[in-house]
Design a binder for this molecule. Structure first.
Ligand SMILES: [Zn+2]
Length: 177
């Protein structure tokens, strides 16, 4: 799947709910997709789990992780589900770097592609480009300091790191912007 197809799929997924302001209700979107979210105690290196139990997709989110990180993990697990990565007998275990995933019979290289795609989807779902443009249009990027990025990240309820990765992918820091 290409990045622009993933972008489109994230947009379609977001349209399942009414978005009021820059903070995307990922929990609600997961529920609308028929998923259940639980907050088990997981090892500190584990961000989340995704499994299907009796036909019911279940997301497990590390109850100890910060709020913005939990939101990104929910979006990431939604991605695995929407992108068709998971099948009935699979359990996805997402570790810190989202790169270690345990599945049967799947070569590691394919796993990495799935993880990258899931992160691309999660970034697109949490930070739609039109909303980012709205937030940024009247500002000069050159005047941004760390506090401004944090403020903007807070409006989307994402980490500053996730925001900067997303903006870089969208070409905000390129010469044409
Ligand atoms: Zn993953």
């Amino acid at each position: 799947m290409t990045p622009s197809q993933i972008e489109q799929l994230a947009l379609d997924t977001r349209r399942k709910t009414i978005v009021d302001g820059p903070s995307i209700p990922v929990h609600e979107i997961a529920v609308l997709l028929g998923m259940r979210i639980e907050y088990p105690e997981l090892g500190k290196d584990i961000s989340g789990l995704l499994l299907i139990e009796d036909g019911q997709p279940i997301i497990g989110i590390n109850s100890k992780h910060p709020h913005v990180r939990q939101r990104f993990t929910i979006a990431h697990e939604i991605a695995h589900y929407v992108l068709g990565h998971i099948h009935h007998s699979d359990i996805f275990v997402d570790e810190d770097n989202f790169l270690k995933v345990y599945r049967r019979d799947i070569p590691r290289s394919r796993d990495n592609k799935r993880e990258r795609d899931a992160n691309t989807f999660a970034g697109a779902l949490l930070m739609p480009s039109n909303l980012l443009h709205e937030e940024l249009d009247n500002r000069s990027l050159g005047l941004f300091d760390d506090k401004d990025w944090k403020k903007l990240a807070d409006r989307f309820e994402v980490s500053t790191q996730a925001l900067l990765i997303r903006l870089t992918k969208l070409g905000f820091f390129g010469p044409s912007y």
